[in-house]
Design a protein around this ligand. Structure first.
Ligand code: 4NP
Length: 155
């Protein structure tokens, strides 16, 4: 089964929302894909997503309140087929832990699956709830693009 890991810095805002959205679409379509998320930093390990991320996802019918933050490790390269990062700083931190070209080839900027010009998902942590809704919507588009990019996801 295809395994996808969403990665951001804290694993409490962007990547848990991306995980929740992708799982929701996978369940709706009965696809065979496993999804997880992680942060490159360890600041929030063990915590549930930011309350603003939980509230935003809930507004769109998705429950991410049960997710728990963990830190990305080099072992994730041996588990996941796709490592989808939210911004170029995440990409740099993840690639530093890669030990082969195969590892490196798994890492993609998530917004490469959307047609947004800026491929960085802005960090909504310091903003307000509007920032979270904007981020949610761009993640939603990229999730759609990701699922369309691979026909072998169909069960
Ligand atoms: P995330 O947002 O990477 O989207 O989860 C952040 C959350 C917390 C921090 C940074 C980014 N922080 O510095 O604590």
């Amino acid at each position: 089964m295809t395994k996808v890991l969403m990665v951001c810095l804290g694993n409490i805002c962007r990547s848990p929302m991306a995980e929740g959205i992708l799982i929701h679409k996978i369940n709706q379509r009965n696809l065979a894909i496993e999804v997880d998320s992680a942060g490159t930093g360890n600041y929030h390990v063990g915590e549930h997503p930011d309350s603003r991320a939980i509230a935003t996802a809930k507004k769109f019918g998705i429950d991410i309140s049960g997710l728990i933050a963990r830190q990305f490790t080099s072992n994730d390269f041996s588990i996941f087929d796709w490592i989808l990062v939210m911004d170029s700083s995440n990409a740099k931190n993840v690639l530093e832990l890669a030990s082969s070209d195969e590892d490196k080839s798994k890492v993609k900027m998530f917004l490469e699956f959307s047609d947004r010009k800026d491929k960085n998902v802005p960090d909504p942590w310091f903003g307000n709830n509007n920032g979270f809704v904007d981020v949610f919507k761009m993640l939603e588009v990229a999730c759609e693009g990701f699922l369309k990019s691979e026909t072998n996801f169909i069960k």
